[in-house]
Design a protein around this ligand. Structure first.
Ligand SMILES: NC(=O)C1=CN([C@@H]2O[C@H](COP(=O)(O)OP(=O)(O)OC[C@H]3O[C@@H](n4cnc5c(N)ncnc54)[C@H](O)[C@@H]3O)[C@@H](O)[C@H]2O)[C@@H](O)CC1
Ligand SMILES: Nc1ncnc2c1ncn2[C@@H]1O[C@H](COP(=O)(O)OP(=O)(O)OP(=O)(O)O)[C@@H](O)[C@H]1O
Length: 637
């Protein structure tokens, strides 16, 4: 039973009956009889009530009893017993009658007029009587409660109409006018007690005011808590945003630190396990999920995870994940902000250079392409992969293309196997050592070569190797989309012509060339959410969920082979991105999308830089010369 702190307010029937039982007990009545100071008696009543489970103060008990006595006397005085109306005035009439009939007679007039309870005089030390009349009458009106106090209480008023004064203001004078029916009602109650009528008229607005006051207090309290909650939520949001911003800044600092340390002679020789990480002290605590030991549970720990395990020791994955998520939450961010965000993701996948690594750990990339007609394309792709940061670059080409390609560059490992009878077996031997595959540059469209390419793709998929498909590889996909459909580590890089062919082959209808974004999204979805890069004035990248545009400034120069630079560098970045993802970084973003964006921005930057030097005479070889500085500018600054 809850304590009721309002004097005489909302007494339940059960509570009132319990009070009357206690109050009616012989010792209580005897103690009250003739005692001027009764506060100690009501203290006892209150205590006994408490034992019965009702928490009321002595003052509340006294006021309630006084109120009940008034009701009783009113009913008795109005001689309502004979017509059965007495219960409406005094619900506990019978109990009161039983108790009071054993006591000396009360003087009703004295009780009503004085507001003090006859034989129960007030102890002026403990229980103040000042202003009590109005509140007692209030209790009198509201005290009858048909339900236990825990349930919602419906206030019951005596059915006797109570006159309601209406305030009329005329000029500066205000007078109270009694409504017509009110005056009639008043005469029903008693013609002998004008003073009491005056009191009742005064009590009704008081009661209303009290109700209004309580309602308003409750509302004000509600509002206060609601506002407080909103304030706390806003504070939380602000703190989270601040935290994310700080992490972002720290990450950028880490990248800067890393690039500084990697350019300083000797600084790259920081031992991974014993010295602070090369990236930055801010990421010094490697996540348990990214430790060397735990990387063994990854699906294909070797060779794919060679660089990821290094990274996982150096990067705490959580800040990365935060940044990835943040990028996706940026619906209305400016283009520049979006570019910055995704560039920072690309930065985060670039493995640090340390003296602890052995050759091959940062990537061994294979190019499937190169035939009699096209020797430049596989070369561009393979050399770009090397210059971006792969440790080894293999070219699997036809026999007659091999010597030519070798002559372009001693850095490349060239396998003249593509047109041999056991081409697939020859290439398959190398697959366990490869981290990424680029299929198509200079491949040509001969059926036998396309068949070999198809089987190599199948075998690479089984090994979970990231595969970039470009140029004639896309011709193959156009004939047989299922070769790569739904492979989550697959990326298609069509130019507009290649895209159109592919789109129409899949959708069996002409492409709507007015909405490239829609078309590229549709193609990605049709290919099982494969990452698709539609190259052009803006490179559009999607995995079927969202289209990201890369429009870093290039130049107006469109020389052949730029797409090969793009696909070769994408092969390396795809490996890094998936390795980072497997190590727990950037789990919420498709690593292929990150890699694609990285490669597009790099190609465009190379184009821009080469054009600044060579203008109209810019060639892809000139662009390849720019890879080192462009990479540094974009991803290591
Ligand atoms: N030096 C080399 O050895 C090079 C060889 N390449 C290889 O050549 C083979 C054929 O590639 P292609 O790109 O020529 O064949 P495609 O069949 O893809 O292109 C056909 C034609 O489409 C045109 N085209 C491209 N983009 C266009 C656009 N947005 N709007 C309108 N027309 C557009 C081009 O002019 C091209 O001649 C591939 O194996 C490729 O790798 C190219 O990579 C270029 C360099
Ligand atoms: N109009 C353009 N403006 C700026 N950059 C462009 C434009 N078109 C293409 N590029 C850049 O050149 C890159 C290669 O695209 P391109 O259309 O030349 O590919 P491709 O035709 O397959 O090349 P390749 O000659 O190697 O076969 C794209 O990723 C893009 O960054």
């Amino acid at each position: 039973m809850q304590a009721n702190t309002t004097r005489g307010f909302l007494w339940s029937d059960v509570e009132t009956r319990t009070l009357l039982n206690i109050w009616g007990e012989q010792d209580i009545q005897t103690a009250l009889d003739g005692n001027f100071r009764n506060s100690f008696v009501y203290r006892d009543v209150s205590r006994r009530l408490g034992v019965m489970g009702f928490e009321r103060t002595p003052e509340q008990c006294r006021v309630r009893i006084k109120s009940l006595k008034r009701q009783y006397l009113l009913a008795k005085e109005g001689n309502l017993r004979n017509n059965g109306q007495y219960h409406k005035i005094c619900k506990f009439y019978d109990t009161m009658e039983m108790i009071l009939s054993n006591r000396p007679a009360l003087d009703p007039q004295e009780f009503i007029d004085s507001g003090a309870g006859g034989e129960e005089a007030v102890d002026h030390e403990g229980l103040e009587e000042d202003g009590e009349d109005a509140q007692d009458a209030y209790s009198e009106s509201t005290g009858e409660c048909p339900y236990p106090a825990e349930t919602e209480v419906k206030l019951e008023y005596p059915t006797v109409p109570i006159p309601i004064p209406v305030k009329v203001t005329v000029g500066n004078n205000s007078t109270s006018v009694r409504p017509h029916n009110s005056s009639q009602s008043a005469s029903n109650l008693s013609t002998k007690t004008p003073k009491r009528q005056r009191k009742r008229r005064a009590n009704f607005p008081m009661e209303k005011l009290m109700e209004q006051f309580l309602e308003q207090s409750a509302q004000a309290e509600d509002n206060f808590y609601r506002m407080e909650e909103q304030r706390l939520q806003a504070e939380d949001r602000r703190r989270e945003a601040e935290h994310a911003r700080e992490l972002h800044m720290l990450q950028m600092l880490g990248q800067m630190f890393s690039s500084i340390s990697s350019t300083r002679p000797g600084s790259a020789a920081t031992p991974c396990k014993t010295a602070p990480p090369a990236r930055a002290p801010v990421f010094s605590s490697a996540s348990p999920s990214c430790t060397q030991g735990q990387s063994s549970h990854l699906r294909r720990p070797s060779p794919q995870t060679d660089c990821c395990t290094q990274q996982s020791q150096l990067l705490n994955p959580d800040p990365q994940a935060l940044v990835f998520e943040r990028y996706y939450s940026l619906g209305s961010t400016s283009h520049r902000g979006m570019d910055d965000d995704i560039l920072s993701l690309v930065k985060s996948i670039v493995p640090p250079l340390t003296s602890k690594k052995h050759k091959g750990q940062d990537g061994r990339i294979g190019i499937i392409g190169g035939c009699q007609d096209y020797t430049g394309a596989p070369y561009f792709a393979a050399i770009s992969a090397l210059k971006v940061g792969a440790d080894l670059s293999h070219v699997f080409c036809t026999k007659d293309a091999a010597t030519v390609i070798k002559s372009y560059s001693p850095e490349l490992i060239v396998h003249p196997v593509l047109d041999s009878p056991n081409a697939v077996e020859e290439i398959e031997k190398w697959l366990p050592r490869l981290h990424g595959l680029v299929v198509g540059p200079g491949l040509g469209r001969e059926d036998v070569l396309l068949k070999t390419a198809k089987e190599v793709i199948e075998k690479s998929k089984a090994r979970d190797i990231p595969i970039v498909i470009d140029a004639d590889g896309l011709w193959l996909v156009t004939q047989q989309p299922s070769v790569i459909q739904g492979y989550h580590k697959g990326i298609l890089t069509p130019n507009f012509m290649e895209f159109t062919r592919l789109y129409e082959a899949l959708h069996h209808e002409p492409m709507d060339s007015s909405d490239h974004q829609r078309s590229v999204m549709q193609l990605s979805v049709a290919m099982g959410n494969l990452t698709v890069v539609l190259k052009g004035e803006q490179d559009l990248i999607t995995d079927g969920t969202k289209v990201i545009s890369c429009s870093i400034e290039g130049s107006g120069r469109r020389c052949g082979g730029q797409g090969d630079l793009l696909s070769g560098s994408m092969g390396v970045l795809a490996h890094w991105a998936h390795a980072a993802s497997a190590a727990g970084m950037g789990r919420s973003l498709n690593p292929s999308v990150v890699a694609a964006y990285g490669a597009c921005s790099l190609t465009r930057q190379c184009n821009s830089q080469a054009y600044q030097r060579h203008g109209r005479s810019t060639t892809t070889s000139d662009m390849i010369q720019e890879i080192g500085t462009a990479f540094k500018k974009l991803f290591e600054s």
